[in-house]
Structures are given as structure tokens and as C-alpha cells.
Design a protein around this ligand. Sequence first.
Ligand SMILES: N=c1c2ncn([C@@H]3O[C@H](COP(=O)(O)OP(=O)(O)OP(=O)(O)O)[C@@H](O)[C@H]3O)c2ncn1[C@@H]1O[C@H](COP(=O)(O)O)[C@@H](O)[C@H]1O
Length: 108
Amino acid sequence: MSNALQNLYDTVISRKDEHQEGSYTCYLFEQGLDKILKKCGEECSEVIIAAKNGKKSDTVAEISDLLYHLTVLMAQEGISLDDVEAELEKRSEKTGNLKKFHQVNKNT
Ligand SMILES: N=c1c2ncn([C@@H]3O[C@H](COP(=O)(O)OP(=O)(O)OP(=O)(O)O)[C@@H](O)[C@H]3O)c2ncn1[C@@H]1O[C@H](COP(=O)(O)O)[C@@H](O)[C@H]1O
């Protein structure tokens, strides 16, 4: 995972562990899962709208908002970046095996 995502994740975890005055992340944890899910839903819709509007910088900003809120959701649910990385790698291995399987079948 990228350094920026890892740094964000570490900061979010530290906000979960220790209250910091004025922190929006702490506010989200205090509000709880339903609020975090609501924000993920809202940010997801904003990504779709920005992408439809076609301005790359706006879409990048909305994707960043979504990634931040997903990071808060992961922390809330005890999911680490390693958990997601492992899942992605598992899929990539499966896809690789499937491609090899099709290649072998094509050649026989
Ligand atoms: N990456 C982010 C980040 N992205 C978006 N946001 C906040 O998400 C909120 C979403 O804005 P909206 O207008 O949708 O929501 P709102 O009306 O302000 O809030 P609601 O009433 O809807 O809850 C804004 O307040 C943004 O500041 C973020 N807040 C914090 N971070 C990072 O999280 C880490 C901890 O920051 P603090 O929470 O400030 O300690 C730092 O690394 C920050 O850079």
C-alpha cells in the first residue's frame, strides 16, 4: 500500500485511540458506525457525480474524500490495510492461475 494511505491509516488509528480536540475523525468515531456508513455513502455518490462531470481534479478530490472515510470505516471495524492487501493479492493470484489455465487449454 502507498505511504500516503499507510500514514492516513496510522493517523486515523491514533485518533481512535486518543481523543483530539477539533478532530473530525474523532467526531466520526464518537458518532459511530451509522454516521461513518452514511458519510461513505455520500462520498461515493460525490465520486460518481464528479466523474460524470468529467473534471479530473474534482474527481481526484472526491476519491480522496471517499478513501479517507473508508479508512475511518476500516479502523472502526478493525480492518487493517494488510487485510485488504492480502485480499487483493489473493484475487491477483487467482486471476493469474485462471489465465495460465486458459493458456494451457488453448495450446492443447
Ligand atoms: N483526509 C482527511 C479528510 N478528508 C475529508 N475530511 C473531512 O471530511 C469532512 C467531510 O465534509 P462534508 O462537507 O461532507 O461533511 P461536513 O458537513 O463537514 O460534516 P458532516 O456534518 O456531514 O459530518 C470535512 O470536514 C473534511 O475536512 C477529512 N478529515 C481528515 N482527514 C485526514 O485525517 C487525519 C486526521 O485529521 P483530523 O480528523 O483533523 O484529526 C489527517 O491526516 C487529515 O488530513
